[in-house]
Design a protein around this ligand. Structure first.
Ligand code: APR
Length: 259
């Protein structure tokens, strides 16, 4: 049984000319990527993830924070895109203009075939120098710790300062170009599909609000209520890996649905 509103949302998608797909942690939940708000286990049990994801935490204990991100990168490398990610790639192929905007730091949209998602909160695969911002090489595949442990970050090849994860920490600004491109896409779109985000973390949560203010139709996929309920024309209470393929089937037929 698909959530009520699926047929209506599929029709809106089929008619869309400019689509924004805006995703959060719920998009990758069914790929087994631990979400940010999940309780931490093992070495990090005693830490609040929100306290580890700050510039202050990295300055105080770089090996603790680098080790945590390397463990997360390993978990993402072992995960696979789910049918929801693949459905988003089908939408991008079908709608004349699609922009995928994600708050996720994993690479599952790319691996499912969405060419260049906008990463509002950076990426686990873009380490850089903590002092001079020089991009640093991603450690080799398989070098991530399989389980939690502290790990001394590598040194910048240019200035020798410790390398940091290429993600946006609490208290830091979003990458300017990425945020501007996302706002611009939201401003221009006729449909915005928001998937698996709590809509609580600003300024990213502005994106669906911008689309709604400009007269775009906002469709939400989330099993829970969120503050974005208020701006949604259609609210699909279900999980991404199931609802998104159903939307593709409803919009373009069974043959279009991802495997
Ligand atoms: N399908 C769809 N939605 C889901 C699923 C699923 N299978 N499972 C969970 N969700 C929903 C939850 O109901 C919740 O509303 O995904 C949302 C996840 O919310 P958050 O954990 O707050 O994730 P997100 O909105 O991406 O957080 C934004 O905050 O944690 C920081 O920087 C981090 O990018 C992240 C940002």
């Amino acid at each position: 049984m698909e959530p009520s509103g699926t047929a209506e949302a599929a029709t809106l998608l089929a008619q869309a000319r400019r689509l924004v797909v805006f995703t959060g942690a719920g998009m990758s939940a069914e790929s087994g990527v631990p979400t940010f708000r999940d309780a931490l286990t093992g070495l990090w049990e005693q830490f609040d993830p929100r306290a580890l994801a700050t510039p202050e935490a990295f300055r105080a204990d770089p090996a603790l924070v680098w080790g945590w991100y390397e463990w997360r990168r390993g978990a993402v490398r072992r995960a696979e895109p789910n049918p929801g990610h693949r459905a988003v790639a089908v939408m991008a192929a079908r709608v004349p203009e699609t922009v995928v905007v994600t708050q996720n730091v994993d690479d599952l949209h790319e691996r499912a075939g969405s060419a260049a998602p906008i990463h509002l909160h950076g990426s686990l695969f873009a380490p850089r120098c903590s002092a001079c911002a020089e991009p640093a090489p991603v450690p080799g595949a398989g070098e991530e710790p399989g389980e939690g442990r502290r790990l001394t970050p590598p040194r910048c090849g240019r200035c020798e300062a410790p390398v940091r994860p290429g993600v946006v920490w609490f208290g830091e600004a979003l990458p300017e170009q990425a945020f501007e491109a996302a706002v611009e896409a939201a401003y221009r779109c006729d449909v915005l599909l928001t998937v698996g985000t709590s809509g609580l973390v600003y300024p990213a949560a502005e994106i669906p609000q911008v689309a709604a203010r400009r007269g775009g139709t906002v469709i939400q996929v989330n099993p829970e209520e969120t503050p974005l309920d208020a701006v949604c024309a259609v609210n699909l209470h279900g999980r991404a890996a199931r609802v998104l393929p159903a939307l593709v089937r409803g919009a373009w037929g069974d043959a279009a649905a991802p495997a």
